[in-house]
Ligand binder design. Structure first.
Ligand code: KG4
Ligand code: ZN
Length: 354
């Protein structure tokens, strides 16, 4: 079956068509992502009203681009544009759209668009969780996903830091989450303190490479707490005080890189230690990493190493599917559709929980 995925929960207008055949074999036919990063960079973070305005501007074009490869495959490329879309939409079996969590005004654009084309082309529509989408980005790794349950998900993004037990498709239990800032948010804020721009994660991890992570010992908040919750706001404040106490007129590049490296070490240590403790306590068969921060190379290699040592299967999404995209939303739609006889709600919920 062919599924059209639609994602507009934050600052990416994304659409994708996937084809699922046989035993859940996923083929990505298109993956279009229109990023608004440059627009929001000057504000140091995403501005919801601007994000919504950009989604409105871009969504039709992204839709056409996402359908194009499907259209050529179906041999209707010579049809007029509107006929082409009509013909191509005939080959789509399901539309899957992010209904939350995320920025309300941004989510509404994707949902309204999805509802309109679902009505116009008489296609089934399903609303899915953005976080479930991130989890399903793991199904794009080349590894065999059979026999992975119970699984433990570590979801790390700009808005979320969650440990989620997954007993089966659609069966989730949150066992830990952040009490304040998400880990991606902490990366973004530390980047701003170091004058590295937005988004901060890639910039911090780039300069942290090969620098000394032990130069400035930073706290590892809640690393020994009995629960599986996280807290990243204190770590960010510790970086702020460190910079203040260094009392330098201008932070040189080496010092910046050492601070970035020490921060990354602390942030990753907490994530890995808590994930491994939960994986052992709940006796999971596998650990799945996802969300924008899953692009972090240190986090990827540390989890790989620790799970291998513990004899637990480890999955991570391919790099290009770590940040927001609509392929993951299409896959989440597929598994939701397969599990449920009744299609789930397509009502927007900016605080939707798993
Ligand atoms: O999942 P995502 O694309 O959007 C949300 O759903 O929030 O995640 C974006 C977050 C940002 O905070 C960004 O700084 C972070 O992921 N990020 C990284 C890296 N690449 C992106 N954080 C650490 N290291 C990276 N390499
Ligand atoms: Zn995301």
């Amino acid at each position: 079956m062919k599924i059209l995925g639609i994602e507009t929960s934050c600052d990416e207008t994304a659409m994708s068509v996937i084809e699922v055949s046989g035993k859940d074999k996923i083929k990505v036919l298109s993956n279009v992502v229109s990023s608004q990063v440059k627009l929001h960079a000057k504000y140091g973070g995403v501005v919801p009203s601007l994000a919504a305005r950009e989604h409105v501007k871009n969504i039709s074009h992204v839709f056409k681009l996402a359908l194009n490869p499907v259209r050529s495959r179906e041999g209707s490329q010579h049809a007029s544009a509107s006929n082409g879309i009509k013909e191509t939409m005939k080959n789509i079996d399901l539309i899957s759209v992010t209904r939350g969590p995320g920025l309300g005004p941004a989510l509404l654009i994707g949902l309204t668009f999805a509802k309109t084309i679902s009505w116009l082309h008489k296609k089934s529509l399903i609303g899915v969780s953005h976080l479930e989408g991130h989890i399903y980005s793991n199904w794009l790794s080349e590894k065999n996903m059979k026999d992975i349950f119970p699984a433990l998900n570590l979801i790390v993004s700009g808005g979320h830091t969650e440990l989620v037990l997954m007993k089966d498709h659609g069966r989730f239990k949150i066992i830990g989450e952040t009490m304040d800032d998400a880990v991606g948010e902490a990366f973004d804020k530390v980047a701003r303190l170091l004058g590295l721009g937005y988004p901060g994660g890639p910039a911090v991890s780039k300069i942290a490479k090969k620098r000394n992570p032990d130069k400035y010992p930073l706290p590892r908040p809640m690393i020994n707490s009995k629960n599986y919750d996280f807290s990243y706001s204190g770590l960010k404040t510790a970086v702020l005080y460190l910079i203040r106490d260094l009392n330098l007129k201008k932070i040189d590049e080496q010092t910046k890189a050492d601070i970035a490296s020490s921060f990354q070490r602390s942030a990753v240590d907490v994530l890995v230690q808590k994930t491994m403790r939960a994986a052992k306590e709940f006796e999971v068969k596998s650990v799945l990493l996802s969300g924008g921060v899953s692009a972090n190379k240190m986090l990827r290699s540390e989890l790989q190493k620790n799970t291998t040592e513990a004899g637990i299967e480890y999955f991570q999404p391919p790099m290009k599917y770590t940040t927001d995209n609509a392929v993951m939303i299409a896959i989440a739609g597929y598994f939701n559709h397969k599990q449920k006889t009744e299609l789930s709600s397509v009502v927007m919920d900016a605080n939707l929980s798993l």
